[in-house]
Design a protein around this ligand. Structure first.
Ligand code: FES
Ligand code: FES
Length: 163
């Protein structure tokens, strides 16, 4: 077992984990943060996307021990003070989800995308989300949601994100 300590959604946590444990497993199974979901477990779908020190990563592609000392933000840490993050609000407003399975990852990736590029073109949005798959194929409204978020202050990063 290996000892890790990190900050998750603003709270400091420390645990003994198996060195082979994935970050997504740690978040879901140890911390109960089931908002981060597993769609493929092979780094293809993006459903497990979280922010690691402020940058989006596929948490099925990161070992929990690699997150030692880092700050992780999940979809559950995005809303602050009972207020949806502007990107969450945009997905709700633009019906950017159908079954919702891809939505946590889509939103986490979109937040990172808008932080890097607050006014992306449609092509830049599609490129930025190419690592996130929607099995309901609702891409049109997802792109609209990111455009809406860009127009309504969605480029501001989560307060719990790292640098
Ligand atoms: Fe991580 Fe699909 S579950 S990319
Ligand atoms: Fe169903 Fe994207 S909304 S997978």
């Amino acid at each position: 077992m290996a000892r890790i300590s990190l900050t998750v959604d603003g709270e400091k946590v420390a645990d003994d984990v198996e060195p082979r444990m994935l970050l997504v497993q740690y978040l879901r199974e140890k911390l109960g943060k089931t908002g981060t979901v597993i769609g493929c477990d092979t780094s293809n779908c993006g459903a497990c996307t979280v922010h690691l020190d402020g940058t989006s990563v596929k948490s099925c592609n990161v070992l929990a021990v690699q997150a030692d000392g880092s700050s992780v933000t999940t979809i559950e840490g995005l809303a602050q003070g009972g207020q949806l993050h502007p990107v969450q609000e945009a997905f709700r407003e633009c019906h950017g989800l159908q079954c919702g399975f891809c939505t946590p990852g889509m939103i986490m990736q979109s937040v990172d995308l808008l932080k890097e590029n607050p006014s992306p073109s449609e092509e830049e949005i599609r490129l930025g989300l190419e690592g996130n798959l929607c099995r309901c194929t609702g891409y049109h409204n997802i792109v609209r949601a990111v455009q809406y978020a860009a127009e309504h202050g969605g480029g501001a990063s989560s307060a719990q994100d790292g640098p």
